[in-house]
Design a protein around this ligand. Structure first.
Ligand SMILES: Cc1cc2nc3c(=O)[nH]c(=O)nc-3n(C[C@H](O)[C@H](O)[C@H](O)COP(=O)(O)OP(=O)(O)OC[C@H]3O[C@@H](n4cnc5c(N)ncnc54)[C@H](O)[C@@H]3O)c2cc1C
Length: 355
């Protein structure tokens, strides 16, 4: 992959906007008619490498691409290095502009929802990371019992909104701290429910800029798995079938019960990614890890949780490398004891040293 040097980027002034304080690379052909472009471009040629430009100009407003953005605060593990470039577009036009910009400079694109199922390398992620958390809306259609939501809508928020309306069918999702887009990709599920059971369709933006509407069958759903994993296709919105017309108090109480159950059985008090490994067949990965004697086992600041052995906790000062090594250690220990290799459910992004 050819990454653009500051020199090559500077020589392509198209789409580069700056002011005296901030600078960000933004793809915005319609705004090229702005009179300040010529002088800005002249100033740009005098500038040093892009990485040293610390400021940003939000232009165009909906597609702000920022350099060297730390990702630790954008993931639930609270670890990981920076994205070379990061953008959190607010609508489809801005999203398309980001994709076009990345294509123009041949940058790899990584998609980020709430970051609640990701382990990002301490070295960070090359290319452009597109965060979907600002792609938010929800429309409840009383006539059909369907709710259509933007990819960045948090699952717990959707669960509460459905419950408050007396719509049942999404109570299971209340304790899953991801976005709708991430949940569609991961086939997220809990307590007997999962995305595949209630998804009507998902709108997916392909890297070439076209949109497809895919049904659960077309998404090839299975346990915590879908066709979308590793594809780089971006879920922009999803429609779910729920059941309206129930007593809001009853649905809210049930939603509350789900949350309380999870809080009492899982360690929510420290940063994690939820379950690290997929359950192999009927066996619970947590039970296998516990039987291997690993509860409480620690590498650096990363620890296998006492309360639930399929959780790895960041006890405060963990690095992504600590967590990665603990994942590998658990895999080897379980393989030695049970002759099976646990597959991570967590998505591992960026470079890690092989162990
Ligand atoms: C405390 C805790 C408890 C959890 N409990 C559960 C649970 O009970 N059940 C469960 O299934 N999961 C659970 N998880 C894991 C996680 O919340 C889910 O996997 C969730 O669906 C991930 O959503 P996200 O938005 O955070 O996705 P991310 O973690 O940001 O991304 C996950 C994957 O999806 C891709 N992606 C994200 N958004 C999009 C998009 N819009 N379009 C295309 N690709 C996208 C990413 O590139 C990545 O490959 C838990 C996590 C935590 C921290």
């Amino acid at each position: 992959m050819l990454l653009p040097t500051s020199q090559t980027l500077e020589s392509r002034k198209l789409g580069v906007i700056l002011n005296n304080r901030n600078m960000t690379l933004s793809y915005d052909p319609p705004k090229l008619a702005f009179p300040e472009i010529a002088s800005l471009a002249t100033e740009l040629t005098r500038r040093s490498p892009l990485q040293s430009l610390s400021d940003s100009i939000p232009l165009p407003e909906d597609c702000i691409v920022k350099p060297k953005v730390p990702l630790a605060n954008l993931t639930s593990f609270r670890v990981g290095g920076p994205a070379d470039w990061y953008a959190a577009p607010q609508n489809l036009d801005a999203l398309n502009a980001c994709f076009t910009w990345a294509r123009q400079y041949e940058l790899p694109i990584t998609l980020l929802g709430a970051g609640s199922n990701l382990l990002v390398s301490d070295l960070g992620i090359p290319g452009l990371v597109v965060g979907t958390r600002r792609l938010r809306f929800s429309q409840f259609d009383v006539a059909t019992g369907q709710v259509t939501v933007g990819a960045g809508e948090p699952l717990p928020r959707l669960a509460w909104h459905a419950a408050e309306r007396g719509w049942q069918g999404f109570e299971w999702a209340v304790g899953i701290p991801g976005t709708v887009g991430g949940a569609v990709v991961m086939n997220a599920g809990a307590q007997g429910g999962c995305v595949a059971d209630c998804l009507v369709n998902a709108h997916v933006l392909l890297p070439n800029g076209t949109t497809q509407i895919l049904t659960p069958d077309e998404l090839s759903y299975s346990y915590r798995s879908s066709l979308l994993q590793g594809k780089g296709w971006l879920v922009t919105q999803a429609t779910f079938q729920l059941q309206p017309g129930f007593d809001p108090q009853v649905v809210t109480a049930r939603t509350n019960d789900h949350l309380n159950h999870r809080r009492s059985s899982q360690p929510y008090h420290l940063p994690s990614c939820g379950s690290v490994f997929r359950n192999p067949g009927q066996q619970a990965a947590g039970w296998l890890i516990e039987q291997a004697g690993l509860k409480g086992y620690q590498i650096g600041g990363a620890q296998i949780a006492q309360r639930h052995a399929n959780f790895i906790l960041n006890c405060g000062d963990a690095t992504a490398t600590d967590i990665f090594q603990l994942i590998r250690h658990a895999q080897h220990m379980v393989a030695d004891r049970w002759s099976l290799w646990l597959e991570p459910e967590v998505r591992i992004l960026g470079d890690f040293q092989p162990i």
